[in-house]
Ligand binder design. Structure first.
Ligand SMILES: [Zn+2]
Length: 141
């Protein structure tokens, strides 16, 4: 199990609003306070792809996908990207703004960790509910 040391929301940290299960292979992170919805990278890496332009109720959310030094992918769902494919991001850098795109009824980041792959939006959507999707551990924020 991989531990992320940094929260996606800087102000107020963040808390888990929905855990990992067979039907939800991700963790949902909500900010603790009425903090700005700015989202920060929880790990360094290279942006492998982003998805923009999705609205609330669309099949898929906006997202940012970051490949770390080991090739693993971290996917930030319901995040309107402020970065582009090929950008290098460091832990703590701003990567976007949380929104209600896709299936979401409250501001949160849908956090997914995947084995190394293409890192494209299509690749992630194909694999997001597969056994290649890892349980994520979060340091105490
Ligand atoms: Zn979720």
């Amino acid at each position: 199990m991989h531990t992320y040391p940094h929260p996606p929301f800087k102000i107020g940290g963040g808390h888990i609003s929905r855990g990992y299960s067979a039907s939800h292979r991700a963790k949902d992170i909500t900010h603790r306070n009425d903090a700005p919805d700015t989202v920060y990278a929880i790990e360094s890496g290279e942006v492998s792809d982003v998805q923009r332009g999705q609205q609330h109720g669309d099949d898929n959310p906006n997202m940012v996908i970051v490949r770390d030094s080991q090739g693993f992918l971290t996917v930030y769902g319901h995040v309107d990207p402020s970065v582009h494919a090929g950008d290098r991001v460091s832990q703590g850098d701003q990567i976007g703004t949380a929104d209600l795109s896709g299936t979401s009824d409250g501001i949160h980041v849908h956090l997914v960790r995947l084995k190394a792959g293409e890192g494209t939006v299509d690749d992630v959507l194909d694999r997001q509910n597969s056994a290649e999707n890892f349980q994520i551990n979060l340091a105490a924020w």
